[in-house]
Every structure is written in C-alpha cells, then in structure tokens.
Design a protein around this ligand. Sequence first.
Ligand code: NZQ
Ligand code: ZN
Length: 391
Amino acid sequence: MQQFTYCSPTEVVFGPGTEYQVADYVKKYGGSRVLVVYGGGSAVHSGLLDRVTQALTEADLTAASFGGAQPNPLLAHARAGVERAKELEADFILAVGGGSAIDTAKAIAHGAANPETDIWDFWSREKPLERSTPVGVILTIPAAGSETSDSAVLTNPDIGRKRGLSTPFNRPKFAIMNPELTLTLPVYQVACGVTDIMMHTLDRYFNPIDNALTDALAEALLRTVIAQGRTAVADPHNYDAMSELMWAGSLSHNGLTGLGGNGDWAVHQLGHELSARFDLAHGASLAAVWGAWARYVCDARIERFARYARNVWGVEEDDDDFAAAAGIAITEGYFQSIGMPIRFSDCVGVQPDAVIRELAHSCAYDGTRTIGTLRVLSEEDIAEIYADANQ
Ligand code: NZQ
Ligand code: ZN
C-alpha cells in the first residue's frame, strides 16, 4: 500500500423518515440561516422541499430556497446562488437533490465564505480555497457520491470546460439518506447512477498498484452494485435495491475503495468532455467511453483486467488475455442491458474527425496535461480512444 490519509467526516443519517431530523443536524453543525439549494423541480413536485423548509422554520431556523441547479451544473447559476446566500447572510447551505444540487451548494458555500473572490478562481486553481461555509445534504439519487466526497464539479460554458475541484472543504457535514426519496427516479437516471457508482470504483481499481483489502472491497462493491442495479432498473420502486445503491454510492466515492492506490480517473476526464460539449448525463458519458478506454489500455496491466473479469463477473478463463477481453465485453453488455450507451452513436451521434480532435485537445487541457495512471495518456492517445468510441 502507498501512503495515504483518510478522513471521511460526513455524518451519515440513513433510513426512512430521516429527512425530518434535518433541523437537528443543521443546528448541530452551527447553522441558523439556511439556504436550501435544489435542482430542476423533482424535490418540489414530491413535496420534499416543502417538508424540509417547514421542518427548518418550525425549529426557528431562517430558511430560503434557491432552485434551478441543472444536471452538469453551471457556473453562472452557482454565482447567482452566491449572491442569494450573501443577501440571506446564510451561515449554512443545505442541498436537497443529487450531485448537481450538491455541487452547486458546495460552490455557493465557497463563494459565500469568500465574497471577494469569483468562485471559478477556485476551480481554475487561480486561488487556493482556505475557508468555506458548512454544507449539509438530503440526497435524492444514488449516483455521484457528492454527499460524502471531497469534490465538486462545475461547467463553465464560456470556455467549454467541465472541471472538478477536490478539497476537504467539499466534504458535507452530514448526509441524510432516505432511500424512499429515490423511488420517484426515472429508470434512465437510476441507470446513470449505477454506472457512475461503478465508475467511481473502477477509476480507482484500474491503477498501477495492487492492494489486497482495498481491491477486495472494490470488487465486493462492484458485484453488489451490478446485481442491485439490475434489480433497480427493472423495478425502480424496489426499496431494498435502491437502499443498497444509495449506500454503495457514498462508499464508492468517499475514498475508501481506492486507499493505498493511485487512481486512474481517465474515464471521468474523457466523459467530462462529452458532458461539457453535448450536455450528456454524467453516467452516460462514462459508459460511452469506458469500453474504448479499456481496450486501449488493458495491455498495460492485462492481469488486472483478467482479475476484474474473474472476481467481479465470474469469468472462468485461465488465459489472461481472453479473460480480460471477456470482462470488457461483459461490462459493455451490462451497460447496454440497463440502457446506457457504449459508443457515440448511442448518445451524441457519430462525430466528424475535427470534433474528435477538439475533444482530445480540450481533455488534454490544450495539450498541457496527460491523464490516467494505469497507462498515462497523451492527447494523441486520448484522440485514439475517442475515435474508437466514435462508432
Ligand atoms: O433537477 P431535478 O428536478 O431534481 O431532477 C434530477 C435530474 O434531472 C433528477 N432527480 C434527482 N433525484 C430525483 C430526480 N427525479 C425524480 N426523483 C428523484 N428523487 O435526476 C436528474 C439527475 O440529477 P443530478 O443531480 O444531475 O444527478 P447526479 O447525482 O448523477 O449528479 C450529476 C452531477 O454530479 C457530478 C456530475 O459530473 C454531474 O455534474 N459529479 C459530482 C461528483 C462529486 N461532486 O463528487 C463526482 C461525480 O463523478 C460527478 O462528476
Ligand atoms: Zn462520476
């Protein structure tokens, strides 16, 4: 194992009815003036937003709401939220929703605590983030894992970039997780979530280093998500399956399944370019490139891909080359079976060569970076992977 530090400080409050405890947890973490951040309206239609606001005001907390966080949340919207938080003099930001509402809440929290700085300066690494406002979460979709992660992802359409920011200040104080709140999800969003949870695990698992315990945890998480995901996509009202996915989503992205390793994360970087350019849902963007990525890099650690095939998918094949190829094909078949794309023609359409080159150039930050650790990928490598996915 390599050196690591592990701090997953988010207090997890799991189970039916837990959203009614929200005021206690806001108070516990010092909140009195709360900006409630939500998405496009699902929390309004379900009545959750009203229940939450009522619970806060009945506990003598000041609450105001700020909606409109869209999937692949936008910088401009988060900036507007910062202004709203300043008007309210908010001392606590509460996200109600999924990764998009949560990441917007994190951005607002950073902006509210640093009124002299434009929040994009933190995402572009122009300024270090040294303080923030506490954030709490009521989660409504098992997917991004933002409820316990140290990251937040924003899209800046002015420069065509979707970028993540990782910092301990992104860890929410608490995450309220009631699986019943997920039962209104469309099947497509369930499938996107399953894919993202798998990919948070796979992007850590496929790295240059072997770690017995970390790898075994990752494999168990993958087997669980694959099985429960199958059930949930067939029946999104299945509480047991959705509750397993909900917990798996948090564990897949709080750092646990990558400890001691050196995560690859190339697939996330490849996917972010598709989301930035085509506004493709995050989970779908990952499924659309994973197979092309895996085929391109697998020779660098064929034994790792073979182990994945055997331990996660039960492939019985002694030869590593055959096992690895089978594992990649079965993974793509699984994505298709839950309605996810596995190539561009399934989602954004086949693109001209010029677009493939632009995607690669942007993913390489205009030729200034490589991506990946299992195999380090240059702009030319990235272009090859996009070209393979472009069918
Ligand atoms: O916006 P509303 O109306 O709430 O609808 C949402 C949205 O359309 C809907 N939804 C959520 N809960 C629902 C529901 N519909 C019915 N019933 C419910 N209970 O689902 C759609 C997707 O929501 P979103 O929040 O976008 O999903 P997700 O959690 O997948 O978040 C995706 C965003 O998170 C980023 C992604 O890049 C993307 O921008 N990520 C954040 C990470 C992090 N902060 O750690 C890590 C991830 O790798 C990811 O990059
Ligand atoms: Zn993700």
